[in-house]
Design a binder for this molecule. Structure first.
Ligand SMILES: *[C@@H]1O[C@H](CO)[C@@H](O)[C@H](O)[C@H]1NC(C)=O
Length: 954
């Protein structure tokens, strides 16, 4: 939720600001280190690797790097890690002051497992290392490194010579004397001065920096680190959220670099590299042959420049700096720099998309399987006013026969924005209210933000202050910032003691008026500070062990999210899966639950951008992500709201939300035709929940994203590399939302030359490798077939779904399944009508194949971790559908759900009989065959989902 204009604007002018006030946020040229790093020229500091004195261990090497100009020394460490991954760390050799490193276990799940490293060859000019199937070549002078994946160069470090390391140092006399603004760069630095230290050329903002009215005291001076990373052979790079921008990252030659600095941006602008609420410094490069990834583990403000010799071609007149080499081979060059910390890179060498997802998942973790309700529909607004309002919204869904799983309360539910409390007039019986809602299997969520109202009568403030758990100013007084409650303190979530204490506050004994069916939403955790620089915390504020806010800024939100997650987990005796939504995030936030794209707007452009934004989040592990349905700010017209529901019903986190100043927009308030379509969109989500749940389980196990760009499934098909209006859910569903007004048809690209696709509304089959036009006319809402958005099931897949829609997802737990078996391309060749037995036999053989999985458990507890789940694989081949147990330890949970129907689409000829065989019985099944649509419907197999079976079509 929520940001607002600077507080002064709210107080002094009752004007609604219409768009982002860009002047609140720094451009690169207003940021000292960004300017210094971006303007850095390779010749200014070349490094040499001292290969004669390399230390070689079984899985790592250590080498000193010496700056040729000033003899400053760095330590380079290269670690071979399991699963085609290499870590490259560059730190001070003899630091004046330790540099911040994120503790292992906080972003990295654990100390990464090392693998063996062989020195293939070595002399004083270079050294060749073997790591599994990959080669790493380290060149001594100038220092740079190449990475080859089975002999193909895929990445290089410092090949442009942009390594720049600002070492901590004491303020020199010279600088102390000149402690006032100096004009620009030092003119004419003398010979001796140049030899002294790389950083001697001082700039006015090295020892303090002013932005608007805010001063950053920079007590330790300049400390930034930067380096270039090139991707030879690649044209496309992805990742580094959060930006309101395209899926395929763009050249930043004519803009600022992409910025990563968690910020609360009021009405953000689209298609630019400005920072938003979260930061994941992780980039994936992909081409037809290979995928590789690089994770830059640094929690400070970071900027990334991108150049591409293909995208930047044709602009040669302006083309400067760092693209070099043969431009017949595509290459993307990137330049990364952070304000403090060390250089710590994880290079994931794929070679395929699925490998890169697994490799990144091994490092930073995957999303623990969410409770089923988290994947269902969420209804939120700032604010549901009181208990009666909640009761009537809850009842409204039942009256209009629309399912919902979670009702949310924003900041106004509290006593004066004191989190963990309730407004006594509006919510006098909050626990009863929650129980009333949860009696229908539903849940509630309240907002709990990390700013704590400064109020000695507020127990949370008091307890945290007594224990000395708040962030400090540089003079050790408590940091005091303005946020929703007015003057507020901020717990230091980087400290494990703070997280533990915070977590204990969620117990129902502490959080009075709550129940175990209440889950949590952490907003404003960038952190947002209305009167702070760029609406966030001062960089010289102090955290645990004296670390500056500068060092930890981008990881603060993850720590808030984590502490809350641990609190809810603890509250449920470590056995109930928590649901916690966070606005700020960092790499690893996926382990604590959901994120969303913050304060978007009721505008078609915002609906459209939600697709690339969520695809990018999914690529970097944040798979449980969504955008506010309808747009947070302003009022959507009915068509926009309806299209938004249709799109979001196919996005991983599905929540409607709206600003305080907007009109009410619960789904049944739509005009009748639109209401009908909206209702259908939400119900379709519930129909497909078994599939969503199965795909989320796959994500936890393998790191494969839930919402996937087409190229993840069709990695060799270059046509897909830029597509962001169409995506996959899992490997089996292709979705193309409608994101423009007045559309009656849209064109959809169906990938895969040897692939067929089935329209989920009509079961009409289409060949892959082409654009198809699909009717999406909303005006014909009564004819549901033409009011849907294009969704196709991939030939060769089997999707489990449920057809009886109830009030909430958990009420459907024991309901029977329908399997949709979509046959692959082989079938298209097989419309034989010859009547001999032999040919009929052959044609059966050619009826096509399909397979798919189903995962099921109790939908709410952690018992699945002990094997309490069901996992089945359905296979259709040779006209036989069979189900087998693929639980790693054999069946270990009993389900009440059974299979009530099997629909085989793309089945080419009328069967004469359908028989079922299980371990205990054989029987005939009744069926229908629609020869025009080629759909075979097999009725009432009546098999419990636990049972092995074979259905044979004759
Ligand atoms: C809970 O439901 C009961 C029965 O409908 C109703 O009388 C009561 O007012 C509800 N309580 C709240 C707090 O909504």
């Amino acid at each position: 939720m929520i940001t607002r204009a600077p507080i002064a604007v709210i107080i002094f002018c009752a004007v609604i600001i219409q768009a982002v006030d860009k002047s609140n946020f720094k451009t690169c040229s207003q940021s000292g280190f960004c300017k210094r790093q971006r303007d850095h020229k390779p010749a200014e500091s070349q490094y040499r690797a001292l290969l004669d004195a390399v230390e070689i261990g079984p899985s790592a090497i250590k080498v000193h790097l010496v700056n040729k100009q000033n003899s400053a020394k760095l330590l380079l460490e290269v670690f071979a890690l399991q699963d085609n991954t290499v870590r490259v760390k560059i730190n001070d050799l003899e630091p004046n002051k330790l540099r911040y490193e994120i503790p292992v276990g906080d972003v990295l799940v654990q100390e990464p497992q090392q693998a063996s490293l062989q020195v293939h060859s070595k002399d004083s000019s270079h050294m060749k290392l073997k790591v599994q199937d990959n080669t790493v070549i380290l060149y001594a002078s100038p220092f740079h490194m190449d990475f080859l994946s089975s002999d193909t160069p895929v990445m290089s470090l410092n090949s442009q010579g942009l390594l720049k390391y600002e070492q901590y140092r004491s303020k020199s006399k010279n600088e102390a004397a000149e402690d006032k603004p100096v004009d620009g760069v030092d003119e004419n630095p003398g010979e001796e001065q140049e030899k002294e230290e790389e950083n001697t050329a001082e700039e006015p903002d090295m020892w303090e920096e002013t932005f608007k009215t805010h001063q950053d005291s920079k007590p330790y001076g300049p400390s930034s680190v930067g380096m270039d990373i090139s991707f030879p052979g690649f044209e496309f790079v992805y990742g580094i959220p959060e930006h309101a921008d395209d899926l395929a990252l763009k050249s930043t030659k004519d803009t600022d670099p992409y910025r990563l600095y968690n910020l609360d941006v009021f009405e953000y602008e689209l298609n630019n590299p400005m920072a938003l609420y979260g930061s994941v410094p992780y980039m994936i490069a992909h081409n037809e042959e290979k995928s590789v990834g690089v994770f830059w583990q640094n929690a400070a403000e970071t900027w990334i420049d991108i150049r591409s010799n293909t995208a930047d071609r044709g602009m040669f007149s302006k083309l400067v700096d760092f693209v070099k080499g043969d431009d017949k081979i595509p290459q993307v060059d990137t330049h990364w720099f952070s304000e403090s910390g060390i250089i710590d890179m994880f290079i994931m060498l794929g070679p395929q998309p699925k490998d890169v997802f697994r490799q990144y998942g091994l490092l930073t973790g995957t999303t623990p399987l969410p409770p089923l309700f988290a994947l269902a529909y969420h209804q939120c607004r700032w604010n549901y006013n009181d208990e009666h309002d909640v009761a009537s919204v809850d009842a409204g869904f039942d009256e209009h026969d629309i399912p919902v799983d979670v009702i949310w309360l924003d900041i106004e539910h509290t006593d004066g924005r004191r989190y963990f409390t309730w407004d006594a007039h509006k919510f006098p019986h909050s626990d009863e209210m929650i129980r009333n809602v949860s009696a229908k299997g539903r849940k509630m969520v309240t907002i709990v933000d990390p700013h704590i109202k400064k109020d000695s009568n507020y127990f949370i403030c008091q307890q945290f202050q007594d224990r000395d758990l708040f962030i400090k100013n540089k003079d050790d007084s408590i940091y005091d910032g303005w946020c929703w409650p007015g003057s507020s303190y901020y717990p230091d979530f980087t400290d494990p003691k703070v997280r533990e204490f915070w977590a204990s506050k969620f117990h129902t004994d502490e959080y009075k008026g709550s129940t175990n069916d209440l889950h949590i939403w952490n907003d404003m955790n960038e952190p947002s500070v209305f009167n702070g620089p760029e609406v966030t915390m001062h960089k010289d504020a102090k955290h645990m062990n004296g670390w500056e806010h500068r060092d930890v800024h981008n990881v603060y939100g993850l720590y808030v999210h984590r502490a809350t997650y641990e609190g809810i987990k603890l509250r449920g005796g470590n056995n109930h899966r928590p649901f916690v939504l966070s606005r700020a995030f960092y790499a690893g936030s996926q382990r604590y639950g959901a994120v969303w794209t913050g304060d978007n707007k009721a505008d078609w452009t915002h609906l459209k951008i939600s697709m690339p934004m969520l695809l990018t989040l999914n690529l970097v592990g944040l798979t449980q992500s969504g955008a506010d349905v309808g747009g947070f700010f302003t009022n959507p017209e009915p068509e926009l709201l309806t299209r938004w529901y249709q799109a979001a019903s196919y996005q991983p986190f599905f929540r409607a939300h709206a600003h305080l100043d907007t009109r009410r927009r619960e789904p049944w308030l739509q005009p009748p035709d639109h209401k009908q379509v909206t209702r259908e969109a939400i119900r379709t989500r519930y129909r497909l929940l078994p599939y969503w749940y199965t795909v989320f389980q796959e994500n936890e196990a393998t790191g494969m994203p839930v919402m996937r760009p087409l190229w993840v499934e069709f990695p060799k098909e270059k046509e897909t590399f830029r597509i962001e209006d169409t995506f996959m859910i899992g490997s089996s569903l292709l979705v193309r939302p409608v994101t423009d007004a007045g559309m009656t048809s849209v064109s959809v690209y169906l990938p895969g030359q040897d692939q067929v696709w089935y329209d989920r509304d009509t079961w009409q089959m289409k060949n892959g490798g082409q654009q198809v036009l699909v009717n999406v006319n909303l005006q014909k809402a009564k004819n549901m077939l033409s009011s849907q958005i294009p969704v196709f099931q991939r030939g060769g897949s089997i999707i489990p779904q449920k057809t009886r829609i109830r009030r909430s997802s958990i009420l459907m737990a024991d309901d029977p399944y329908t399997l949709i078996v979509a046959l692959d391309k082989k079938n298209a060749l097989s419309s034989f009508s010859w009547k001999t037995d032999f040919l009929s036999f052959i044609s059966k053989r050619q009826q096509g194949h399909a397979k798919g999985d189903l995962y099921e458990d109790d939908y709410y507890s952690f018992r699945y971790k002990n094997g309490q789940y069901i996992k089945r694989r359905f296979t259709f081949a040779n006209s036989k559908l069979s189900s087998s147990d693929i639980h790693s330890g054999g069946i270990s949970m009993k389900s009440n759900a059974w299979i009530e129907r099997v629909i085989v689409v793309g089945y080419a000829q009328h069967p004469s009989s359908v028989g079922l065989s299980t371990g205990s019985k054989q029987s005939d099944l009744s069926f229908d065959y629609d020869s025009e649509r080629r759909v075979l419907t097999i009725r009432k197999p009546g098999i419990n989902i636990n049972e092995d079976f074979t259905i044979t079509v004759q």
